[in-house]
Design a protein around this ligand. Structure first.
Ligand SMILES: [Zn+2]
Length: 112
């Protein structure tokens, strides 16, 4: 596994954690909850407050992630939206993009 794949895998793991968080928030009819930061730093323990609607928007695209402002890593991703409490980043590095699409927990029918 190269450096890019390693970082992409870290982000995909945080994304999996957030999928579970979103599921339980939905079960309790919560409007919003605290997600984990989906940045490439495996030791990051920051929390990101967001609504389920905001979260769904990010999850709609397998290459976008939810992070704490400032946690973006410019060599692999770019900020597509700044919501104040959090930023939405899109993977632009090719290996990283491919890896996060492969690990997408919600694969589109055309991708599988
Ligand atoms: Zn982070």
């Amino acid at each position: 596994m190269n450096e890019y794949e390693r970082r992409a895998t870290t982000e995909a793991l945080f994304r999996d954690v957030n999928e579970r968080i979103a599921e339980s928030a939905e079960r309790f009819d919560a409007i919003g909850t605290e997600f984990v930061c989906e940045c490439a730093d495996a030791s990051c323990t920051h929390k990101v407050p967001a609504t389920l609607a905001e979260y769904e928007e990010v999850r709609d695209d397998p290459t976008t992630f939810l992070i704490v402002p400032g946690h973006e890593q410019h060599d692999i991703e770019r900020v597509v939206s700044d919501r104040g409490r959090f930023r939405v980043i899109e993977k632009c590095q090719e290996v990283v993009r491919r890896t996060v699409i492969r690990l997408n927990p919600r694969p589109a029918p055309s991708e599988s």
